[in-house]
Write a protein that binds this ligand. Structure first.
Ligand SMILES: Cc1cc2nc3c(=O)[nH]c(=O)nc-3n(C[C@H](O)[C@H](O)[C@H](O)COP(=O)(O)OP(=O)(O)OC[C@H]3O[C@@H](n4cnc5c(N)ncnc54)[C@H](O)[C@@H]3O)c2cc1C
Length: 507
């Protein structure tokens, strides 16, 4: 194994929301912070905004193969770049609702309470919104939690087609709300409404992603370093197994061992669990941080369905559609006693995105559908199941045995949303569920809690089993709620970062 000059005080694995937020918290402290990122910088190039390149050629998706629970190979919607999945995210930056933290009763079971409450995270949500430059408007959404600060920027105005839907929803007594969005779209901002965004990288850096909002500002400090193209394979514990002493990683053809005093694992909910399990040794045969046996279990990913609501007599020319969200059915309501979930606008669907869904249809018909549709994302909560699992294979690939849950509520929500859209004046409504190959909202695989028997991490995301190991990405979620996860990952990671600052002298 090669020797390196990379040893640091704190090693952070992954440069996404979790890793980036911790790095920024520790920037300027004097401790030597080293971020190890498997990917490279995502190039800014014309293909960034080209649906053919992004969806048909899958230019940015990993070429790794994973396996589902039945052993079928698939190429997952995983993107390994500096900034992690936020390079491709849809910029929706929601706070979870207060009741999400308490545990919510669903049709097919209860979601698990969190070891912290909304009030514990509220100041960190406010800080995360500032860092990501979130636009929004408080007061429209009946489920929204209390806030100590206004949104950093006002709401992004709806474009005409969306404004009309917004008004029609209001006239039906609903409470559509402006979607909180991290995008530089205001007078003087850099966004040019390119017409892509959700699932595309931003060619001009106008998206509030983890690279631009966290990693770049962190690297402006002399104590933070980033090494790209460096894939961490496993963590190495000391002889007693109580502390982590090094990470083993591959960079090019070299295998490196990098030591540190403190380790922050932020490789995303699937890869972090896989790394911990791949770090098994005779002292820890089930992997590190895993005396509870929970690592890799309770994988969650939201139940999501895309809907195209079509009006044949009007072309939808909306460039930035992600301005409207509806939470009237989030905790139930007339359509159901039980929670249904969130409805929000999806990025604008383009013809190339429909090719694998409608391969036999002529191109003109796919283009017609895309030109005339308003596109929606229907999301409901996935309740963690013990046998919903992430398991690394000896060859380094991953088995993602996702066991969906709460699907009766999801189906009911999709049917309710489709009927609502018909009632709002869209005569044709088509839907398509997202599958295991799209683990965009992955979470829950190394959950935090108050009891080492029923959680792998303490309420500050420190491994119960190892005093100097923190797992700070969407792994820590004990429940998935039914809202986009990135702001919650950032808020908790900033909270952990502050806690780590106070602990640095101990190591
Ligand atoms: C297409 C898409 C749209 C989305 N839209 C939204 C949205 O609108 N709103 C929202 O809230 N969320 C959205 N999400 C989800 C959001 O991006 C994630 O919840 C968030 O990025 C999770 O942060 P994380 O820190 O857990 O992981 P990530 O952001 O995935 O970061 C993990 C990092 O670790 C690196 N890594 C992985 N393995 C290794 C290894 N072995 N060694 C070193 N580095 C490694 C990865 O390359 C990556 O940089 C979307 C996701 C996708 C894919």
């Amino acid at each position: 194994m090669a020797m390196t000059d990379l040893d640091a005080d704190v090693v952070i694995v992954g440069s996404g929301v979790g890793g980036g937020s911790v790095a920024l918290s520790l920037a300027g402290t004097g401790a030597r912070i080293l971020i190890l990122e498997r990917g490279e910088r995502l190039p800014r190039e014309p293909q960034n905004w080209d649906a053919e390149a992004v969806f048909v050629d899958q230019r940015y998706r990993t070429s790794d193969l994973w396996y589902d629970g039945e052993g079928n190979a698939f190429r997952p919607g995983q993107f390994y770049y500096v900034g992690g999945h936020t390079k491709f995210y849809g910029t929706a930056m929601f706070r979870f609702r207060e009741r999400d933290f308490d545990g919510v009763s669903h049709e097919e079971g209860d979601s698990r309470p969190w070891p912290i409450r909304y009030r514990d995270l509220e100041p960190w949500y406010a800080k995360a919104e500032q860092l990501f430059g979130v636009h929004g408007h408080a007061g429209d959404d009946p489920t929204e939690p209390p806030r100590s600060t206004p949104y950093p920027f006002g709401p992004i105005p709806h474009e005409p087609v969306v404004a009309e839907v917004f008004e029609r929803m209001r006239m039906r007594g609903l409470h559509p709300a402006h979607m909180p969005a991290a995008i530089d779209l205001h007078p003087g901002g850099t966004c040019v409404r390119c017409g892509t965004c959700d699932a595309f990288p931003c060619r001009i850096g106008a998206k509030g992603d983890a690279e631009t909002r966290l990693i770049e500002p962190a690297l402006a400090h002399a104590n933070v370093r980033l090494v790209t193209g460096c894939r961490v394979k496993r963590l190495i514990a000391d002889e007693r197994g109580s502390s982590i002493v090094a990470v083993e990683c591959e960079r090019g053809s070299e295998t490196l061992r990098i030591g540190a005093r403190l380790f922050v694992l932020s490789a995303g909910a699937i890869n972090s669990a896989a790394i911990l399990k791949a770090s098994a040794s005779s002292a820890a045969p089930e992997g590190l941080a895993n005396s509870s046996g929970l690592v890799g279990r309770y994988f969650m990913n939201h139940n999501c369905t895309a809907i195209m609501a079509i009006t044949p007599w009007r072309t939808n020319r909306t460039r930035y559609p992600k301005t409207l969200s509806l939470n009237d059915y989030y905790f139930g309501g007339p359509a159901s006693r039980h929670p249904l979930g969130n409805l929000q606008l999806l990025g604008k669907i383009q013809e190339p995105m429909l090719r694998d869904v409608l391969p036999a249809a002529p191109k003109w018909s796919r283009r017609w559908l895309a030109d005339h549709s308003v596109d929606w994302y229907v999301m409901s909560e996935d309740l963690g199941q013990p046998d919903s699992r992430v398991q690394p294979r000896p060859d380094g690939s991953i088995v993602l045995g996702w066991k969906r849950s709460n699907m009766r509520a999801h189906h009911r929500w999709v049917e309710t949303a489709k009927q609502l859209l018909k009632d709002l004046g869209f005569p044709i409504v088509l839907s398509k569920p997202f599958g295991t190959d799209t683990p965009s909202h992955q979470c829950g695989t190394v959950r935090f809690g108050e009891d080492p028997a029923t959680s792998a991490l303490d309420p500050y995301c420190r491994a119960w089993d190892h005093d100097n190991l923190y797992v700070v990405d969407a792994s820590f979620f004990p429940s998935s709620a039914a809202l986009n996860p990135a702001l919650t990952v950032a808020a908790q990671a900033l909270r952990v970062g502050e806690h780590l600052k106070a602990r640095l002298h101990e190591f």
